[in-house]
Design a protein around this ligand. Structure first.
Ligand code: A3P
Length: 310
């Protein structure tokens, strides 16, 4: 099946189209599509959340994609043009029982302009999960991440130079600044997801809470997803002092943590960068706080903190 609907005016879902269903491979059907999407953004603990959810007996993760660091990244980039048939390759055709749901996590969905509309066109009843930490911390973690991946601009310029680059700066610098800072304008992106899916299909995980007390955050998330059975993650996760975060209990005292790329050691953010970002994100954080109140959701402590005068 080729590319699907491109514009807003054409929202025909191929899963509802009898002509599509007739020509389709017998081994594929829309019933295997994910019912839960973890949308990121990047560097908020989204991989930890994904791995914790994958432990749940009622949730079945996507099979890994060899080309995109295990994320499918279907709704946000050219993988979308490979069509539904490609996307379906990553989900088991038959789940072992009817209470199971497939899910996927692509942290680049969150801030991708077209992702909410495309995702809603195919998965109108999906539950959407965003995970948020302080946008300043996220920006710094993202910089460290791409720097360690050898990004030439991040290697040549300091974090402070990148975040404070103005519009007369060279294009590569401006582009990196935008990629670093834009995902942290959380309310702007969340509004697009809310307007497509409605508030009742969206859950916001506080990434700081997931990091500090994963069992409590996962309790709330299971309730939102109405998962059965409801499991107690206190028995499944254990704090690893060496790593500095919770990891999966395997057997006895042993734990399995996420790989080296998570929890890198890097110097603390410079005071001047922290100050700059606090001011930069203030209007966005204020809008996020308002949005969460409007949706009847709790305002995370880090958000109150970012909006305080201290
Ligand atoms: P740092 O690289 O700044 O340490 P994502 O998976 O969304 O890219 O997020 C990566 C970040 O999640 C890492 O940030 C890591 O510290 C953080 N994280 C929080 N809880 C974690 C956990 N239980 N296991 C691994 N990483 C975790």
């Amino acid at each position: 099946m080729g590319p699907m609907y491109k514009g807003q005016s054409n929202k025909l879902n191929p899963c509802d189209d009898i002509r599509h269903r007739r020509i389709w491979s017998k081994s594929k059907w829309c019933g295997s599509l994910p019912r839960v999407l973890v949308i990121g953004p990047q560097k908020t603990g989204s991989t930890a959340l994904y791995s914790f959810l994958a432990m749940h007996p009622a949730l079945v993760p996507n099979l890994p994609s060899p080309t995109t660091y295990e994320e499918l990244q279907f709704f946000n980039n050219n993988n979308y043009l490979k069509g539904l048939d490609w996307y379906l390759n990553f989900f088991p055709a038959n789940l072992s029982n009817s209470s199971q749901m497939a899910f996927e996590k692509s942290a680049t969905y969150f801030d991708a302009e077209l992702a909410p509309r495309r995702a809603h066109a195919l998965l109108p009843t999906a539950k959407i999960i965003a995970i948020l930490i302080s946008p300043s911390k996220r920006a710094y973690s993202w910089y460290q991440h791409i720097r360690s991946h050898g990004d030439p601009v991040a290697r040549n310029y300091s974090f402070h130079t990148i975040i404070t680059a103005n519009d007369s700066a060279p294009k590569p610098l401006k582009d990196l600044r935008n990629r670093c800072l834009n995902p942290g304008k959380y309310s702007h992106h969340l509004e697009r997801w809310v307007s497509e899916f409605g508030a009742h299909q969206l859950h916001v995980v506080d990434g700081a809470a997931l990091r500090a007390q994963p069992a409590a955050a996962l309790h709330a998330l299971q309730k939102f997803l109405k998962l059965s059975p409801h499991i107690d993650y206190n028995n499944l996760l254990k704090y690893d002092a060496k790593k500095g975060f919770f990891c999966q209990v395997t057997s006895g005292e042993k734990t399995k943590c996420l790989g080296k790329s998570k929890g890198r050691i890097y110097p603390p953010m410079e005071e001047r960068s922290a100050k700059f970002l606090k001011r930069y994100y203030t209007p966005h954080n204020a809008a996020l706080s308002k949005l969460l109140v409007r949706l009847g959701r709790p305002v995370p402590p880090w958000l109150k903190d970012e909006l305080s005068n201290g």
